[in-house]
Structure formats: structure tokens, C-alpha cells
Design a protein around this ligand. Structure first.
Ligand code: SF4
Length: 468
């Protein structure tokens, strides 16, 4: 046994320090979809690929890696034969037929796909097409990698580490790394201040069009619908203006908002639990009389995003919160005029409804305990996106200072922007105040989201250099 040890050790050494090609004795299994995505992210293929129809397609930027639902990469850019640049999403599959098998051919979310990347050539020719009947060019990755899969696989480890990257480092990263931290923070926060004034300006235009109270009503509705249902919520607030709703008692306000939203169940009430039935009945009592007046304005149920939402974010609860806010709008206005952020947040926190505090939908059973109709995260967003921009219209400095003093958690866009601008490295920068977080969003929207040159034509690095 004693003599076995050095032999094993030597064997390990030999394996470790031999070129990888020499040790690949047994065939390596094909990649998983995640490994394929890592190959694409790292761009381990020549810049110009051939589609399976024989056309050349230059990959300008592989795009940002989406680790959630939806297309695998977004904000990718390719140059097609003839020089036309296409910007959109890229979808990867092991088999070409997975495009249809996963339902992408009928899913509008995949209408922006500019390239379908498959691992192997399919036995039968396959033409992927989007839901709007556009053919998606397709490339086979296995034959076009810079080296064989067997050689590349061992190098994917760091890319597939637990904290998967979302975006590649941008050209501005080197420029930012050479600047003093205070200057970088100043640039990011200045972008945040610009964003704050833009939000205020948009509100100002709406005030000119519909008046201050209605503008606040619409902004609150949009904020409650963030992010997936902000458009139907805003439409609801426009079609049922605050001035009209405030004339009616609470029960009728709920009935009109739910009726117009298209979310009030119209099926056989016997299908619902007794407690739910008791809530729906009086709503219909009001709604059937008003329905003919609003028939033209009822939102189709399809305008709401209902799937893959956290129960607290269900639009039914958002509509209920809006209905409950009607009598509170004057107090919210006063808190803005007197610039009392806490008062604004407290009013929202107290919003309550005996039925909707305990329910998330008409179908799910009641919750074991009451839940705030407007949760802490939503209140934070409403303070950021409604309270301070309204304050900004009267007092820019106070609003800027409000954003500077409040904390914001990173979201998908700010994480993406941080990775592009600062990379994975610990920068030591304090970017957790709202002003900085909103600044990252602004920089991402102004520069990264419109870039289709893999940073080559982006003006942000020059802006950093010239910043005084
Ligand atoms: S597009 Fe511009 S701002 Fe974005 S990462 Fe590239 S250089 Fe930086």
C-alpha cells in the first residue's frame, strides 16, 4: 500500500500537466445548454460564422446573458451579408427542433431573435420562425468553435462558477479603473441626477395636460403596476380619473376599477369559495349597471401579465390598492408639498382592505395572516419614482439630496451596468444610494442599451476622460 501512493501521485501529476488533448481518452459528453451558453458568452468561435444556409454572419457582440425566463441573450448584434446590422436576442438549443418544442414559434417574446444557435446539425432540415412568421437564421456551433468541445470544456469552469456573469466587461472599464473613486462616483451620481430631472419633467408635462392631482393618481397607478403591469394600471387610472372616482362610495369604486380592469370574474359564481363569492356579488351589483357606459374602455384580460408573478404582485391586489388609495390622495399631495417623505410612506403602508389583505387572487385560498396591500419594496419604489420626482418640480436640490440619502437595492439593470462598467472586481465604490443606482440605470440606457458595436463606437469612455 505504501508504494502505491507516489505512483498515484505521479499519475495525477502527469494527467494535470499534460496538454489537455492528450488526456481526453474517453469521448466527452455533449454540452448542457448552460455550457453552450457559456461558450457563446465567451465567444469561443471566430467572429464570422456560417449559417446553415451558407450565409456569413459576423457576431459583433454576443449580448448580455439572461439567467431568467425568456431568450438566452439579449442586446446581441450581428452583421448580416450585405452589411446590415441586426440587434436583438439570441437563443441557444442542443437540438434545432427545440425551437418549436419549447414553443418559441408561438411566443411573441422571441420575435426579436436574430440568431438561433444549435449544437449539432439536425438530421432533417429545420427552419426556425418567430410568432410573426419571420425566418430566424440558424448556426451550428459544434463545427465552428475555435477548438474542439473536448479541449474547451475544462476551461468553462470559471465561467460557470456559481455567481454566473451576466455581461462582458465594457471598453469603459479600463478608463473608469484609472480614475479616482470620487470622480467615478460623481459621474454616476450626475447621471442619477439627470434621471431624476427627466422623471420630474415627464410628470410636469402630465400636470400641464391633466392637472396635478390626476398626474399623481396616474403616477401612483403606474408605480403600483411596476414592472409587468404598469401600462394597464396607467390606462386604468386614465380611464377612471380620480375626480370621477372620489364622488363614489368605496364599494362602487372597487366595482368600477375591477370591472374596467377586466379582472372581475364573469363566470359562474358557484365555482368560487363562499368568502370570495361574497366579495364578488356586490361588485357585480354595481358593475352591471355601469358596464354599458364603460363598455368601450374595458381592458382585455390579455393586457395583464398574470403568469410567473409573485403572489403579492398579482394585478388584482394592485387594483385593490389603487381603489383604496382614492380618499388618500389629498394627504399624499400634502406630504409632497411639505416634502415629508416619511408621511408619504406611512400613508401607503396603512393602505388596507379586509378582503385583499388576505387574498392574492380570486382562486387561491385565503392567506394565513394579513399582508400589507402595498409592501415595503413597492413603497420604496413609489418614494423613489413618484414622491421625489414630484418634489423635484418645486425643489431640485431637496429631491437630489433625497435620492442621495436613501438606499436602493441593486436590480437586474444596475447589476448588469455594474458588471459592464466595473467588472466582477471589488471596486470599493459605495453605489448603494438611490442617486448612484439610478445613475447606473441611466448610463446603461443611454450607452449600453443602444450600443451595437461591442463598445467600439460608444462615447462614454471619452466622456469619462473629458469629465471636469
Ligand atoms: S457600451 Fe459604453 S458604457 Fe456600455 S460598457 Fe461599453 S463602453 Fe461602457
Amino acid at each position: 500500500m505504501l508504494f502505491n501512493k507516489p505512483i498515484i501521485y505521479l499519475a495525477q501529476m502527469t494527467t494535470k500537466y499534460q496538454p489537455t488533448s492528450c488526456v481526453a481518452e474517453s469521448p466527452v459528453s455533449p454540452p448542457t445548454e448552460e455550457e453552450m451558453q457559456a461558450l457563446w458568452f465567451e465567444q469561443w468561435f471566430p467572429p464570422v460564422l456560417k449559417t446553415d444556409e451558407g450565409d456569413e454572419v459576423e457576431v459583433i457582440q454576443s449580448g448580455n446573458w439572461n439567467h431568467g425566463a425568456g431568450p438566452d441573450f439579449f442586446q446581441a448584434a450581428v452583421r448580416r451579408a450585405g452589411g446590415k446590422v441586426a440587434v436583438g436576442t439570441v437563443e441557444l438549443h442542443l437540438r434545432a427542433s427545440d425551437w418549436d418544442a419549447h414553443g418559441h414559434h408561438v411566443d411573441p417574446e422571441y420575435n426579436e431573435t436574430i440568431l438561433h444557435v444549435c449544437w449539432e446539425r439536425p438530421a432533417k432540415t429545420f427552419f426556425p420562425a418567430t410568432q410573426d412568421f419571420r425566418h430566424v437564421p440558424q448556426v451550428i456551433l459544434k463545427d465552428q468553435l475555435v477548438a474542439s468541445w473536448e479541449l474547451l470544456k475544462p476551461h468553462l469552469g470559471p465561467v460557470l462558477a456559481r455567481d454566473l456573469p451576466r455581461a462582458r466587461a465594457g471598453r469603459c472599464q479600463e478608463e473608469l479603473a484609472h480614475q479616482p473613486a470620487e470622480k467615478v462616483l460623481e459621474i454616476v451620481r450626475e447621471a442619477g441626477h439627470y434621471r431624476l430631472r427627466q422623471k420630474a419633467e415627464r410628470i410636469g408635462w402630465r400636470i400641464k395636460a391633466v392637472g396635478r392631482r390626476q398626474a399623481l393618481w396616474e403616477a401612483l397607478a403606474e408605480g403600483l403596476g411596476y414592472s409587468q403591469n404598469k401600462i394597464p394600471m396607467r390606462l386604468l387610472a386614465q380611464r377612471l380619473p380620480h375626480a370621477r372616482l372620489q364622488r363614489w362610495p368605496r364599494g362602487k369604486r372597487f366595482a368600477l376599477l375591477f370591472g374596467l380592469s377586466g379582472l372581475l370574474p364573469a363566470t359562474n359564481l358557484a365555482a368560487f369559495a363562499p368568502g370570495v363569492r361574497e366579495w364578488i356579488k356586490p361588485q357585480w351589483g354595481h358593475w352591471w349597471k355601469a358596464r354599458s357606459v364603460y363598455d368601450y374602455a374595458i381592458l382585455p384580460r390579455a393586457s395583464w401579465k398574470l403568469a410567473a408573478l409573485r403572489p403579492w404582485n398579482r394585478p388584482e391586489r394592485r387594483v385593490a390598492a389603487l381603489a383604496a388609495l382614492v380618499p388618500l390622495i389629498r394627504a399624499l399631495e400634502q406630504s409632497i408639498v411639505s416634502q415629508r417623505e416619511n408621511a408619504f410612506a406611512e400613508i401607503l403602508e396603512a393602505v388596507s382592505d379586509p378582503f385583499w389583505d388576505l387574498h392574492t387572487t380570486f382562486i387561491a385560498g385565503p392567506l394565513p395572516k394579513r399582508h400589507h396591500l402595498i409592501g415595503a419594496e413597492r413603497i420604496g419604489d413609489l418614494v423613489t419614482n413618484v414622491f421625489w420626482p414630484f418634489v423635484c418640480l418645486a425643489n431640485d436640490n431637496a429631491a437630489e439630496s433625497g435620492w442621495r440619502k436613501s438606499q436602493s437595492r441593486p436590480n437586474r439593470v444596475t447589476t448588469l451596468a455594474s458588471q459592464r462598467l466595473f467588472g466582477q472586481a471589488e471596486t470599493g465604490l459605495k453605489l448603494d444610494d438611490t442617486l448612484a443606482q439610478q445613475g447606473l440605470i441611466q448610463i446603461y440606457r443611454d450607452y449600453c442599451a443602444v450600443d451595437a458595436s461591442d463598445c467600439a463606437q460608444c462615447k462614454f469612455p471619452e466622456l469619462i476622460r473629458q469629465w471636469e
